[in-house]
Design a protein around this ligand. Structure first.
Ligand code: PLP
Ligand code: COI
Length: 343
């Protein structure tokens, strides 16, 4: 794998969401019941046993967060404590050892600082995406938790996750389920995404940005998209997002529930979103770290495309939410207490 091109040669305004082998990543090992201190390394290849549980039994979880270049040239992190905490919950679900929150945040800052040239300039829309990852390693063959683990954080500059960016794209519903009712849907574990590859591929081939999964028990309610949570804005100005035990508790979602109420005067609602009752929404979108806020033009369900605001224009409330959230992330809008950490 070739190393990333020098930062000075990158076209920051045309970044996609693609892997790049940056100069530095953080790597820590868990052995004999404890984590070592970890360190920055230049080697982007992991050297692990063929018996690693992360390879066979899906004992692998991850996170996603971003670093943002501000107008004054400094670098912001958005709520990294929330990523640290969620990763600890994912680890608990897979019987993996927690990585301490303070060390997680310190390691994120170390990786960003070491790769600071690759944090896209302010105003380009680009960000540095960070991928914390933990896997069970060592020689194993029975279905049991590993005794040894690797925790790494690598990074790369990214642009829009869904091709449209703030331009609406269409989503489709799927026959497949993303998660089981009492499975691992709440956890950010590799297996959830492995199972989403086929439905995602079918959706992309049919021209849709992503899949909207329905609840696995009844297939009547929207759960979330393959890589983001769902929101809709009702005719009465409610900000509605599904409540379910089998979706990822999105940090962007909880941030937007707060901002919708406290900055935009919308009523925040976490509740049922029935797929045959989409008329209640005048706007809809997908939200997440990678997705940011991606307006949904329409959702296909049973061969019918239900269009919300427009297939070509972003709705006014979605745009306001986007401006408020990204304004906070890039340091242009005052952040609620504790949401921004400086690198
Ligand atoms: N849902 C899924 C399945 C995701 O992969 C993500 C991305 O992390 C999200 C929702 C959004 O979560 P967050 O806002 O914490 O990035
Ligand atoms: C994120 O938004 O950080 C995600 O993890 C979504 C996707 C890239 C898996």
């Amino acid at each position: 794998m070739a190393k990333a091109q020098p930062a000075s040669e990158i076209d920051w305004t045309n970044l996609g969401f693609d892997y790049m082998d940056l100069p530095y990543r953080f790597l820590a090992h868990y052995q004999d019941g404890k984590w070592d201190d970890g360190e920055l390394t230049e080697d982007g290849t992991l050297h692990i046993s063929e018996g690693s549980t992360g390879l066979h039994y899906g004992q692998a979880d991850f996170e996603g967060l971003k670093a943002y270049r501000t107008k004054d040239g400094s670098i912001n992190l958005f709520r990294p404590d929330q990523n640290a905490k969620r990763m600890q919950r994912s680890c608990a679900r897979l019987l993996m050892p927690a990585f301490p929150e303070d060390k997680f945040i310190a390691a994120v800052k170390q990786v960003v600082a070491a790769n600071a040239d690759y944090v896209p300039p302010y105003g380009t829309g680009g960000t540095l995406y960070l991928r914390p990852l933990m896997i069970g390693v060592g020689g194993n063959i029975g279905v049991h938790p590993a005794q040894e683990y690797i925790f790494t954080i690598f990074a790369m500059p990214v642009g829009a996750y869904y091709k449209g960016g703030l331009k609406p794209t269409n989503f489709t519903t799927s026959y497949y389920d993303r998660a089981a009712p009492h499975g691992t849907g709440q956890s950010k574990v590799g297996g959830n995404y492995g199972g989403s590859l086929l439905p995602g591929d079918e959706a992309h081939k049919a021209g849709y940005s992503d899949v909207i999964y329905l609840d696995p028990a009844t297939h009547t309610k929207i759960e979330e998209a393959g890589s983001a949570n769902f929101f809709g804005i009702t005719q009465d100005n409610e900000f509605v997002t599904p409540k379910s035990d089998s979706i990822l508790p999105s940090i962007t979602k909880y941030s937007l529930l707060y901002l919708a109420e406290n900055r935009l005067g919308l009523k925040p609602v976490e509740g049922d979103v029935f797929i045959d009752d989409l008329d209640r929404f005048k706007e809809a979108g997908a939200m997440g770290t990678a997705a940011v806020i991606a307006p949904i033009g329409g959702i296909e369900y049973k061969d019918q495309l239900h269009v919300f605001y427009s297939e070509t224009e972003v709705g006014p409330i979605t745009r306001k939410l986007y401006d408020e959230l990204t304004g906070i992330q890039f340091g242009d809008v005052e952040a609620p207490e504790g949401w921004i950490q400086k690198v």
